[in-house]
Design a protein around this ligand. Structure first.
Ligand code: ZN
Length: 528
């Protein structure tokens, strides 16, 4: 995309100076002086820190820049609105090749970052300018050493208008419908809403089916269509979903500072289901007349690689690949005639905090939550798949507790900004009973185990339970599938193979169908 811009002279910050040591000192002398200071053990001198690595994690939700160093860095940052950029003064370091690498690491398709410039601004002060493609809300925070990481300084760049998980799901579905509609029967004019019988501009979905509603509202946005639908109702708490205590409000705010988006759950008029393009015929009076949403949660991501196999396979990569395969299957499957839709809590290599994963699933009112992992154990001989559900009272085995503790550390490794962690969400989750959820999760888990056992070895023949943070949505049956032990060389090899990934995805798909055959999804539109 665009090349990094240079600061205009009028920019409210000093221009970048070329990378150079302090005046009168050669670079070599400067380095020698720095290392001398280190060797003297004066680590409290701010400029003792050395950059060991730099990383950029672009994603539609936010882009992250990480600077890892062997000592804590001090940073002052200023956001400049026009053109949008984040200027950061890193104190106590000298410009080095590792920092310069940042410049080349910006990807052209990074949704937020257009370029990065670095320069030695003053002795012991490096200035970093992150040029942005759009206005952003920056979060700058540091993380203490954890796992394989030393000190990390993190810059997260969030959009000023938050990505709404429902909107994202709708956009994807409309895209698919468009593609699906185009292939079998090309439409003569775009003004026709595919599949919609003559109807008012915004055919509404049943109340309580936020996806259906929003799809219905988005349809008229097509070129040539009628006036845009009104915006969804503002977040209205839990009004629409109180009913049989199955679907409390999804309007929980995520772990970053943007306000929660309007929730669509409150006030839509009851009406036929949204036909949603050409792909899905409207369902009649079946058990349910809405989309069945399966939240797929590929574990780890970004700074958190998860477990790493002996051959170097990273958990975060294989589980994303398995989730993609499972998504394909889900998206072409129906339950009692109702189409299913997969919603991915992450669809790229970036860090998503555990509570945000839960929150996202709740905001799309997922029917099921399936977290996918492939972890390591202390011994390479451990093998076989396991399925876990939440436990309210102690773990079902010490191994299950060990696994939950390990998974719950993902936030530390991945890099959670604890200052903005949404305590309200955490508290809300803690306060709700999960007894019914756990019962359903155990049923779901058994169905999955049964099917997974037909394609691979099982570690334990029954669903285990422990306090996994990511399984805590009180209203969504939630399981965590450890597909295999990546620490076992044989299983690592299988996990890498596309054939086995397909088999696993098939098995989980069959397990989900098996679960629904005995526990049909409930209709969301209940009369109150
Ligand atoms: Zn894991």
């Amino acid at each position: 995309m665009s090349r990094p811009r240079h600061l205009p002279d009028s920019a409210p910050m000093p221009p970048l100076l070329p990378a150079s040591p302090p005046s009168g000192m050669s670079r070599r002398q400067w380095l020698r002086a720095s290392s001398l200071v280190l060797s003297l053990g004066l680590s409290e001198l701010a400029w003792g820190a050395t950059i060991v690595a730099v990383r950029i994690w672009p994603a539609p939700e936010y882009s992250r820049v990480t600077i890892e160093s062997d000592g804590a860095l001090t940073a002052k940052h200023t956001f400049v609105a026009n053109p949008p950029r984040l200027a950061v003064d890193l104190e106590g370091i000298e410009l080095n090749p590792a920092l310069r690498e940042l410049v080349a690491k910006v990807k052209a398709d990074d949704p937020f970052i257009s370029g990065i410039r670095v320069g030695q601004y003053a002795p012991g002060v490096v200035r970093l300018v992150i040029d942005l493609k759009q206005p952003a809300l920056p979060q700058v925070f540091s993380l203490p050493p954890v796992a394989a990481y030393q000190h990390r300084l993190v810059f997260d760049l969030y959009p000023t208008v938050e990505v709404d998980p429902l909107e994202a799901l709708i956009a994807e579905r409309l895209q698919d419908n468009k593609a699906g509609a185009a292939a079998p029967r090309p439409l003569p004019a775009p003004a026709v809403v595919a599949g919609a019988p003559a109807a008012p501009p915004a055919p509404a979905a049943p109340a309580g089916d936020p996806l259906g509603e929003l799809i219905a509202q988005r349809q008229p946005h097509r070129p040539g269509a009628a006036t845009p639908a009104p915006a969804p109702a503002p977040a209205g708490g839990s009004a629409a979903v109180g009913g049989p205590a199955l679907r409390p409000s999804p309007a929980l705010s995520p772990g970053h500072p943007t306000p929660p988006p309007p929730s669509a759950s409150a006030t839509a008029p009851a009406a036929p289901p949204a036909p949603a393009g050409g792909g899905t015929p409207a369902q009649g009076q079946g058990i349910t007349d809405r989309l069945i949403i399966i939240a797929l949660d590929p574990g780890h991501g970004g700074e958190d690689p998860g477990a790493t196999g002996p051959a170097g396979t990273r958990e975060k990569d294989v589980v994303l690949s398995i989730a993609h395969r499972l998504r394909e299957r889900i998206n072409r499957t129906t339950v009692n005639g109702s189409p299913m839709r997969a919603y991915m809590t992450r669809d790229a290599d970036f860090f998503v905090p555990l509570h945000v994963r839960v929150d996202k699933a709740r905001r799309v009112q997922a029917d099921l939550f399936v977290s996918i992992h492939a972890d390591a154990f202390i011994t390479p001989t451990a093998r076989g798949a396991s399925v876990f559900a939440l436990s309210q009272s102690g773990a079902s085995s010490s191994a299950a507790r060990w696994m939950a503790d390990k998974e719950n550390k993902a936030d530390q490794v991945g890099g959670l900004n604890v200052r903005v962690q949404d305590v309200t969400v955490q508290r809300a989750l803690l306060d709700m009973s999960t007894t019914a959820q756990i019962n359903d999760s155990l049923k779901l888990g058994s169905a999955l185990l049964n099917e997974i056992g037909s394609v691979g070895r099982l570690h334990k023949p029954k669903v285990e339970q422990a306090g996994f943070a990511v399984l805590k949505a009180p209203d969504i049956p939630s399981v965590l599938v450890e597909t295999a032990f990546i620490s076992n060389p044989e299983e690592e090899a299988r996990l890498r193979s596309p054939e086995y990934q397909d088999q696993l995805a098939d098995a989980v798909m069959r397990g989900i169908q098996r679960y629904f055959s005995r526990n049909p999804p409930l209709a969301r539109n209940r009369s109150t």
